[in-house]
Design a protein around this ligand. Structure first.
Ligand code: ADP
Ligand code: MG
Length: 481
């Protein structure tokens, strides 16, 4: 049987988070009322001139630092000429020969380049026999990242895109929400029977979820492999789309060569020598770099002994990570309480919030919904000291989440405090024995299973506030004779 080798390279566009657009002073807010964030520059009125948004340049430099790429010393913008209704100037300002960043690697995938360009306007074609164009998005700073052809599966491609999204969020460079079109993935796919020779490459455009990245690539690999196996349908170099409903790709158009774009340096913008701009100096950038996703992953694994799955819950979500750290700060060094806190956050608190809020984007949960970390830490302390049963702790968290308030007062008021006091519990135990004479007798005769039932009755009587371990011991003592 022949082995087939799939090869994938990604081109990912991500909108950057800046106050204004890439080359003018219009607000960078594509979601506003259509055609309100526009000006003569981004509408390409004659006689207007663009200017470079340094905030956007800085974001890309930071991404470059994070991935260990080479930041260009000399960089410039180029015109990429093509006609389309969503591109007012008749060209897009992009970068060609001198991208801001070259090389580097992310998630074990080597990168070719990262450059800066401007987004296009947004066309809508579903309003009858005409099209609508919203220019709010025209000129929004757009980062394009190109990987080397080194990815081998749809899963790996989706994992890469997720890591890039995370990096952009950590850097504050962008939200990169795929469903909102803030990050868009194009996948180049080829399959070959010869490891050293690439097969014909096909490009799948407009993938707008991690699931479709994975699905489209898997689908293409299968199509190519089948073609190679049977010598049937010929694979031609083309652009394809992804049909989410049918879970299959379809032919869109034959790809234009890059020469068609007649790239040339943008004459209306100055060149940039990065080393001459004080705020782009490496020491300055380093100082502004936050902890990166992989650094945080490593720290959580070593400091709190978290397994990958658990630590990723926090690493994947900045608000949850901040919350976790705030709770840990209250708790201090006690590893047992830290462990408890992790469990109660990941299995109980997140569960509560998901159920209640139907949080659409886990990563974007509103921090205002969090239980005060001081209160959360108090609950953990009470649970660690056995003042609360695990049931009691869960109930207390639910109340704190829904209504707020002071954990100790609520625990007191709702009778959640665990009774470990043997005097208090002795009465309950003797009542249970009196009310359940058959079971008590059965236990005395050696049926140990019935003890669980008796403890259960005792728990019920105490309204869940008894410490089951203490109850169990009291029953054993009471019925030992
Ligand atoms: P083009 O000139 O057609 O745009 P590029 O060389 O610029 O091609 O590469 C575009 C993307 O395609 C890159 O992400 C690159 O890794 C990927 N790529 C190039 N060749 C292949 C191939 N044979 N199979 C899969 N991906 C490829
Ligand atoms: Mg290309």
């Amino acid at each position: 049987m022949t082995t087939y080798f799939p090869t994938i390279g990604l081109e990912i566009h991500a909108e950057l988070n800046t106050v204004t657009k890439m080359f003018c002073n219009s607000k960078n807010d594509p979601d506003a009322e259509p055609n309100t964030n526009i000006c003569p520059v981004c509408m390409a009125h004659p006689g207007t001139l663009p200017t470079i948004n340094f905030e956007a340049v800085k974001h890309v430099i930071k991404v470059g630092h994070a991935v260990g790429g080479t930041i260009a010393d000399f960089t410039e913008f180029d015109r990429k000429n093509y006609f389309y209704p969503d591109i007012p100037k008749g060209y897009q300002i992009s970068q060609y020969e001198h991208p801001l960043v070259s090389g580097g690697a992310l998630h074990d995938v080597e990168l070719t380049r990262i450059h800066l360009e401007e987004d296009t306007a947004k066309s809508t074609h579903d309003q009858g026999d005409y099209s609508l164009v919203d220019f709010n998005r025209a000129g929004v700073p757009l980062m394009e990242l190109v990987t080397e052809p080194v990815i081998t599966s749809g899963e790996q491609a989706a994992a890469f895109a997720k890591e890039l999204q995370l990096l952009l969020r950590y850097l504050g460079a962008g939200e990169a929400n795929m469903e909102k079109g803030q990050m868009r993935v194009e996948a180049n796919i080829s399959v070959s029977a010869d490891k050293d020779v690439f097969g014909t490459k096909v490009e799948v455009k407009n993938l707008n979820s991690f699931r479709s990245v994975e699905g489209a690539i898997a689908c293409e690999i299968e199509r190519h492999t089948k073609a190679l196996e049977s010598g049937g349908e010929e694979i031609i170099q083309e652009t394809r789309g992804w049909d989410e409903q049918k879970q299959t790709t379809f032919s869109q158009r034959q790809k234009e060569g890059s020469a068609d774009y007649r790239y040339f340096p943008e004459p209306d913008l100055p060149k940039i020598w990065i080393s001459r701009v004080p705020e782009f100096q490496p020491d300055k950038i380093t100082k502004e770099m936050p902890e990166l996703p992989w650094e945080r992953r490593e720290r959580y694994a070593t400091s709190y002994d978290l397994d990958t799955q658990t630590s990723d819950i926090f690493v994947q979500s900045l608000p949850w990570a901040a919350y976790f750290e705030a709770v840990i700060k209250e708790i201090g060094e006690d590893p047992k309480q830290q462990k408890l806190a992790v469990n109660y956050i990941t299995s109980d608190f997140i569960g509560l919030m998901k159920k209640d809020e139907n949080v659409p984007y886990f990563a974007e949960v509103d921090p205002a919904r969090f239980i005060d970390p001081i209160h959360f830490a108090k609950v953990i302390e009470m649970a660690a000291e056995q003042k609360l049963s695990s049931r009691g702790a869960k109930d207390l968290l639910a109340t704190l989440y829904r209504e707020g308030g002071d954990p100790e007062e609520i625990a007191e008021k709702e009778g959640l405090l665990q009774k470990s006091n043997e005097g208090d519990l002795a009465q309950i135990v003797s009542d249970v024995v009196v009310e359940n004479p058959d079971e008590a007798e059965s236990y005395k005769q050696g049926n140990e299973k019935v003890l669980q039932f008796l403890v259960g009755q005792g728990m019920k009587k105490s309204k869940g506030s008894a410490n089951p371990q203490v109850l169990k011991e009291l029953f054993e003592k009471e019925l030992a004779a």
